[in-house]
Design a protein around this ligand. Structure first.
Ligand code: G1P
Length: 289
């Protein structure tokens, strides 16, 4: 059976980034850099490599540098050209005309609400959701692995990642059914379960392939954990109606919404680079004695 291809990806980027103040007071958290590239660019590149054709940003006030980042920068490009400098670092960032599409969330009512704000652009086809706070490193990348799994099973697929028991209350958590390789059937989902009540320690990292029916569920939203409209609650309504799987990523997740995770990402990606890796490694050795 062939499944409708996943051509569109939604990036919720309206969040205020309060966990990263003061860095994010006047700058979107998605523009925080890991080595020399903003988080949002890693996520967009992941989507494009996975075959996504239409990038959709669900954005808000104070986020215009995201739009500029994916546009032409005339002054910069003209000046660099005039000075004979290479444009290699920036020339592939700009997307085709008409992409990304930007829609506004207006109010921070939750991830489910943010995704629902993209409903007119998503239309009646499956779509991906990527949370750019989470930097995923793998080959092939996380979304690409999920798209490949989707080609086999269709329906809805969310990331599935084991975390220690004491962390499950921070995440959406999967109630697992049968496992086949990297795919696990999802029998229920719960957002931020109270300590000691999680159905497993398989949490949902920020990668999703969803069927458009989830938008219909979100037309009539319920307030969930934290007083927010939760994507997890809406997805849970699709279980039993459509195939629903968790996918265990072959790769590394860095939680860049967390200060320690963000520093770890910078360190790991810096060490992996040919240009700066050796200098960083020398310094880290000295620092650690
Ligand atoms: C969101 C989702 C949660 C998911 C998490 C991944 O939570 O609601 O289900 O596990 O992202 O990072 P948030 O981090 O916005 O609280």
């Amino acid at each position: 059976m062939t499944h409708k291809p996943v051509r569109k990806a939604v990036f919720p980027v309206a969040g205020l980034g309060t966990r990263f103040l003061p860095a994010t007071k006047a700058m979107p958290k998605e523009m925080l850099t890991v080595v020399d590239k903003p988080l949002i660019q890693y996520a967009v590149e992941e989507a494009l490599e996975a075959g996504i054709e239409q990038i959709i940003f669900v954005t808000g006030r104070g986020k215009s540098s995201l739009e500029d980042h994916f546009d032409i920068s005339y002054e910069l490009e003209a000046t660099m050209r005039a000075r004979g400098k290479s444009l290699a670092a920036i020339e592939n960032i700009r997307q085709k005309p008409g992409s990304p599409v930007y829609v506004r969330q207006q109010e921070p009512l939750g991830l489910g609400h943010a995704v629902w704000c993209a409903r007119e652009i998503v239309g009646d086809e499956p779509f991906a959701v990527l949370l750019p706070d989470e930097l995923m490193v793998g080959a092939p990348n996380f979304l690409k692995q999920m798209v490949e799994a989707y080609a086999a099973v269709g329906g809805n697929i969310v990331g599935a990642l084991e975390v220690p028991d004491e962390e499950t209350d921070k995440y959406g958590v999967i109630s697992p059914g049968r496992t086949d390789g990297r795919l696990t059937e999802v029998t229920a989902l719960v957002e931020k379960p109270a300590r000691g009540t999680a159905p497993s320690n398989l949490m949902i990292p920020g990668r999703y392939i969803l069927q458009p029916e989830v938008m219909k569920v979100l037309d009539d939203p319920v307030t969930g954990a934290g007083g927010e409209i939760q994507l997890t609650d809406a997805m849970a309504q699709l279980i039993g109606r459509q195939p629903f799987h968790g996918y265990t990523f072959d790769g590394q997740r860095y939680d860049c919404g967390d200060k320690a995770g963000y520093i770890q990402a910078n360190l790991a990606l810096a060490l992996a680079r040919d240009d700066i890796g050796p200098a960083v490694r020398d310094f880290a050795r000295k620092l650690l004695g």
